[in-house]
Design a protein around this ligand. Structure first.
Ligand SMILES: [Zn+2]
Ligand SMILES: [Zn+2]
Length: 250
């Protein structure tokens, strides 16, 4: 599996960090986890073809995680010299179908799947077993219905928290993961409900016994903070601070 960090930031734009988005190349599959604004363009920069995405996993419906969904569906219909037939599976929390229906109410046929099957799966605590990989989901603790994802393939496992506060489910989902990707929104002294800090992320990584930890979803308030030092107080394993455009082999 190969992971690409499309955006390591949040709703607050900065030069260095775009909103949340991760792409995962897995055999012949291309999975997209969230997609805030700029994610599609970042894929192009990294040489990833958005037309090959067959699974889109949305953690929750905050704009910094889903705002490229409309441009994505639109582009699938209007790319010159390309007719998509590959099915697109969208997995997200309860309310996913309604979310799409409302968008369709606004954008109409421009975002309808005209040439390919489009399916929606609303997940809570679930496991989707596919031929060559599986996607497990658990509800996370955030301000809206939200999910974390665990992908297992080729004997390896990757876990993505989406947005969450500390909760038993993220520890459970991240158990023994080869790669645990956790949101890390605010410094320890500026903790906000529904989000993690470096030391809370480190605590989760330690309790889950993950191999490697990636922190992402950094608000600009981190400027000048030693994020690694705060996280290392809790976790002694390998820690990577995500940057836009980063590629990681899992
Ligand atoms: Zn967010
Ligand atoms: Zn959020």
């Amino acid at each position: 599996m190969k992971l690409f960090i499309l955006g390591s930031g949040t709703c607050v734009p900065t030069v260095e960090r775009g909103p949340s988005g991760l792409a995962l190349a897995l055999g012949s599959h291309l999975l997209l986890f969230d997609g805030g604004s700029g994610s599609l363009r970042q894929m192009a920069r990294l040489g990833l073809d958005f037309r090959q995405v067959d699974y889109l996993c949305l953690s929750h419906f905050h704009p910094d995680h889903v705002s490229d969904f409309v441009p994505f569906l639109f582009a699938l219909n209007y790319t010159v010299d390309f007719t998509r037939s590959l099915p697109l599976h969208v997995i997200g929390p309860k309310g996913l179908r309604n979310f799409y229906d409302q968008l369709q109410g606004i954008f109409g046929h421009w975002i309808e799947a005209k040439t390919y099957p489009l399916s929606f799966q609303e997940a809570e605590e679930s496991c989707l077993e596919l031929v060559d990989f599986s996607i497990e989901t658990l509800p996370m603790t955030h301000s809206s219905a939200s999910l974390g994802f665990r992908v297992k393939a080729e004997g390896r496992s990757l876990v993505y928290s989406g947005d969450t506060d500390y909760c038993a489910n993220i520890v459970r989902l991240g158990r023994n993961a080869d790669l645990l990707i956790l949101e890390c929104s605010f410094p320890d002294e500026r903790k906000k409900e529904g989000h993690l800090t470096p030391s809370l992320a480190g605590k989760i990584a330690r309790e889950a016994f993950c191999q490697k930890l990636i922190l992402t979803h950094f608000y600009p308030v981190f400027q000048g903070h030693d994020i690694l030092a705060e996280c290392r107080q809790e976790f002694s394993g390998e820690i990577i601070l995500a940057e836009d455009g980063m590629k990681i082999t899992v």
